[in-house]
Design a protein around this ligand. Structure first.
Ligand code: COA
Length: 258
């Protein structure tokens, strides 16, 4: 089988492209496994400080592969859902940020991948939604949980229960996407933000991401304690000394992730 996931690298910034445009990048088991391997490779390589996730052609991802799901018995559907969850959880817990550059349709599993990313930039032509109920199923890769954490329970309920697609401008208005960009500029814009993130202390970014994610699932007191621990631990790093010394010397710091 041809590879579907492409990885391009520019310095510390990696771009992952899901490349199955004839099926609008629909996610079947093979694509999800390949994505998991690619994401693990980025995590293990140690050279990535920010990543961009996008799709080839007119879609970001138009969902889980309906042809592959149509005859699935419940036990296979459970395994398929668990695989989708593994991919999303891996993306969400990577030690560097992932920006979803939504270049077109982000539906079902596609929106779920974007929701497992740290934030979303969308093309002005993008359409986003969780249409699963129109197929008489529900989102199975975390959409019933992550959408409400991102945009609030009432808006999430409306989108999940109606299955309607939102256009990029509405998605920005409700906080689902951070920024709407002309399609031609989308990748450049996402990579520019990724490159800015890559200039910061990588251990600081990893800890900020971890604490913000873990903290959201706990009480404010517990979350602030997590923050304090991470804040303190960073004072034991070389980069903290480099960064603060460079500021005081009015110089630019270069961080090594140590
Ligand atoms: N799973 C499997 N195949 C899909 C797919 C999906 N989620 N989404 C699109 N495709 C396939 C189509 O079947 C078609 O294949 P074909 O050329 O072999 O017939 C191809 O991708 C192009 O899609 P098409 O429907 O012709 O494009 P369009 O521009 O007319 O419509 C959409 C675009 C996104 C509105 C439409 O494809 C769609 O509704 N897709 C399903 C969205 C969905 O319900 N996702 C959630 C799944 S749980």
């Amino acid at each position: 089988m041809d590879r579907v996931i492409e990885i391009a690298r520019d310095g510390f910034v990696a771009t992952l492209t899901i490349n199955r445009p004839d099926k609008l990048n629909a996610l079947d088991t093979g694509v999800l496994h390949e994505l998991l391997v690619a994401v693990n490779a980025l995590a293990d390589g140690g050279e990535t400080r920010a990543a961009v996730l996008t799709g080839a052609g007119k879609a970001f991802v138009a969902g889980a592969d309906i042809a592959a799901m149509a005859t699935m018995p419940p036990a296979d559907a459970k395994r398929f859902s668990e695989l989708g969850h593994r991919v999303c959880a891996r993306l969400e817990t990577l030690p560097f940020p992932v920006i979803a550059a939504v270049n077109g349709f982000a539906l079902g599993g596609g929106l779920e991948l974007a929701l497992a990313s740290d934030f979303i930039y969308a093309a002005d032509s993008a359409k986003l939604g969780l249409p699963e109920v129109t197929l008489a199923v529900i989102p199975g890769f975390g959409g019933t949980q992550r959408l409400s954490r991102r945009i609030g329970i009432a808006r999430a309920r409306e989108l999940v229960f109606t299955g309607r697609m939102v256009l990029a401008d509405e998605a920005a208005r409700i906080g689902l996407v951070n920024e709407v960009v002309p399609l031609a500029d989308l990748l450049e814009r996402a990579r520019a933000t990724a490159a800015k993130i890559a200039l910061a202390g990588p251990l600081a970014i990893a800890n900020a991401k971890r604490v913000m994610l873990r903290g959201a699932g706990t009480s404010l007191d517990d979350a602030c304690e997590l923050e304090s621990q991470a804040f303190a631990a960073l004072f034991g790093t070389t980069d903290q000394k480099t960064g603060m010394a460079a500021f005081l010397a009015k110089e630019k710091a270069t961080f090594t992730g140590t």
